[in-house]
Design a binder for this molecule. Structure first.
Ligand SMILES: Cc1ncc(COP(=O)(O)O)c(C=O)c1O
Length: 393
C-alpha cells in the first residue's frame, strides 16, 4: 500500500508505449517512411461544425461549470437516446469529462474505493482500467468475457476476501474489437447489482461498428430494465475523441445513474476537474451532430477493408474486430499464446516500416497478438498494403 512519503508511481506499471521505441526507430528508417498504426489517434480533420463551436466560444473569461453547460448536458442526453438507446436519461445525469482517460483513471478514487476493494476488468483490456484501481489503492482482477472473479482471485495478498465495488465493461473492446450482446451485458449488470457493485461501461467505440447488427449499450432497456431505477448503479462512459476526431480537445462524458453522477460531480468540483468552456461548446456541437460521424465511419470502413485484406493476404489472421478502430491480428497457425510471438510479428512489420502495438500491452493472455489501428491517412494505409503484399510474396 502507498503511504505518506511513498511515491504513487511505485504502484503503477511502466508506461507501455516506451517499450516501442526501438521498433519505432526501425520503422521510421524505412525509405518510404513510417506507417504508424500503433496508437488509435485520429488523423482526419476535426469537423468544421465542431471547430466553429470552439471558435465561437473562444471568449471565456469566467470559470466554466464542472457540471457542464445545460446545452452540453442536453446534447449528450439527446445523443444517448438517439445513438445508444437510453430511455429517460435526464440531462442532470450527464457529466462532461476531460477526455475519457482521466475518468477511467480516477473513477475508482472518485467513487471512494480503496484498499480491500476489487475492480473487475476484462482479461484483455485498455490498461487504464488497471491503473485506475491502483491509483485508488484498490486491486484489479481480470476476468474473461462474461466472467466473474473466483473466490481465490477475490482474496487479497493478506488472504482477506476483497469486495467487488466496480465492474468495467468495454464493448466494442479495445483492443479486440469484440462486441458484447444484450444477454452478456444484462447478465453482467445483474451480477454486479446483486453484489452491490457499480458497472462502468466504456462505449467509446460504439459508433464504429462493421460486422455486427448492433452494439448495445449498458443503458439500453433490454440490458438495464425499464422505469424508475433502471439506471441504478450504471455509468456509460464515452469519448468524442474517436467518433468526432476530437482527441486534441479532450472531450468525453459519463452518464447514467443520477445519484452516482451527482457524487462524481461533488468530488470533481472540489478537485478542479473542469472541462474548459470552449471545449464544452465544441462537445455540445459534436454530440448534436450525427452526420460527421457517418462520414468518418465510412473513411474507417474503407481503410479497414484495405488493411484487413492486406493482412490476410500476407498470411495473418484477423480475429474479432467486428467493431472499433483496430484489427486484432496474429500470425496464422501460431501455436497457443506462445510468449513473444506478437513482438516477433511486430518486429517483422517494423522492418517494413509499419508500426503496430503488441498484444501483451493489453494483458498477458494476448501475447500472440498485435493490434493494428485504422487511424492513418488513405495514403499511408495504401503504403502499408503495398508493403504487406511484398511480405506475402
Ligand atoms: C477503451 C478506451 N477507453 C478510453 C480511451 C480514452 O480516450 P480519450 O481519453 O481520448 O477519451 C481510449 C483511448 O484510446 C480507449 O481505447
Amino acid at each position: 500500500m502507498t503511504g505518506p512519503g511513498t511515491s504513487r508511481t511505485g504502484s503503477l506499471p511502466d508506461f507501455p508505449w516506451d517499450a516501442l521505441g526501438p521498433a519505432a526507430r526501425r520503422a521510421r528508417a524505412h525509405p518510404g517512411g513510417i506507417v504508424d498504426l500503433s496508437v488509435g489517434t485520429p488523423v482526419d480533420p476535426t469537423p468544421e461544425v465542431v471547430q466553429r463551436a470552439l471558435r465561437d466560444a473562444a471568449d471565456a473569461p469566467g470559470y466554466p461549470l464542472t457540471a457542464g453547460t445545460p446545452a452540453l448536458r442536453e446534447a449528450a442526453a439527446g445523443w444517448a437516446a438517439r445513438s445508444r438507446g437510453a430511455v429517460g436519461l435526464d440531462p442532470e445525469a450527464v457529466l462532461p469529462t476531460i477526455g475519457s482517460k482521466e475518468l477511467v483513471a480516477w473513477l475508482p478514487t472518485l467513487l471512494g474505493l480503496g484498499p480491500g476493494d476489487v475492480v473487475v476488468i476484462p482479461e484483455v483490456a485498455y490498461p487504464t482500467y488497471d491503473v485506475g484501481a491502483r491509483l485508488a489503492g484498490a486491486r484489479a482482477v481480470a476476468v474473461p468475457p462474461g466472467g466473474w472473479p473466483t473466490e481465490e482471485q477475490l482474496r487479497g495478498p493478506d488472504g482477506a476476501p476483497g469486495r467487488v465495488r466496480l465492474v468495467w465493461l468495454n464493448s466494442p473492446s479495445n483492443p479486440t474489437g469484440a462486441v458484447a450482446g444484450v444477454e452478456q451485458l444484462r447478465s453482467a449488470v445483474e451480477r454486479a447489482r446483486a453484489e452491490g457493485a457499480v458497472v462502468a461501461s466504456d462505449e467509446c467505440y460504439a459508433e464504429l461498428a462493421w460486422d455486427v447488427e448492433e452494439v448495445p449499450s449498458v443503458l439500453d432497456p433490454r440490458v438495464c430494465g425499464t422505469g424508475k431505477g433502471s439506471h441504478d448503479g450504471l455509468l456509460l462512459v464515452t469519448s468524442l475523441s474517436k467518433r468526432s476526431n476530437l482527441a486534441g480537445y479532450r472531450g468525453g462524458a459519463v452518464l447514467g445513474d443520477p445519484r452516482l453522477v451527482a457524487q462524481l460531480l461533488a468530488v470533481r468540483k472540489h478537485a478542479g476537474m473542469i472541462v474548459p468552456a470552449p471545449v464544452q461548446a465544441a462537445v455540445a456541437a459534436a454530440f448534436s451532430d450525427d452526420e460527421h460521424v457517418a462520414v468518418q465511419r465510412e473513411r474507417y470502413r474503407a481503410r479497414r477493408s484495405v488493411l484487413r485484406a492486406a493482412l490476410e493476404g500476407a498470411g495473418l489472421r484477423v480475429e474479432h474486430s467486428e467493431a472499433g478502430l483496430y484489427l486484432w491480428t496474429r500470425a496464422a497457425g501460431a501455436a497457443g499464446t506462445a510468449s513473444g510471438s506478437g513482438w516477433e510479428l511486430l518486429d517483422r512489420l517494423a522492418d517494413l516500416g509499419i508500426l503496430v502495438a503488441p498484444g501483451d500491452f493489453y494483458g498477458p493472455s494476448a501475447s500472440a497478438h498485435i493490434r493494428v489501428a485504422l487511424t492513418a491517412s488513405d495514403e499511408r494505409v495504401s503504403a502499408a498494403a503495398a508493403r504487406l503484399a511484398a511480405l506475402a510474396g
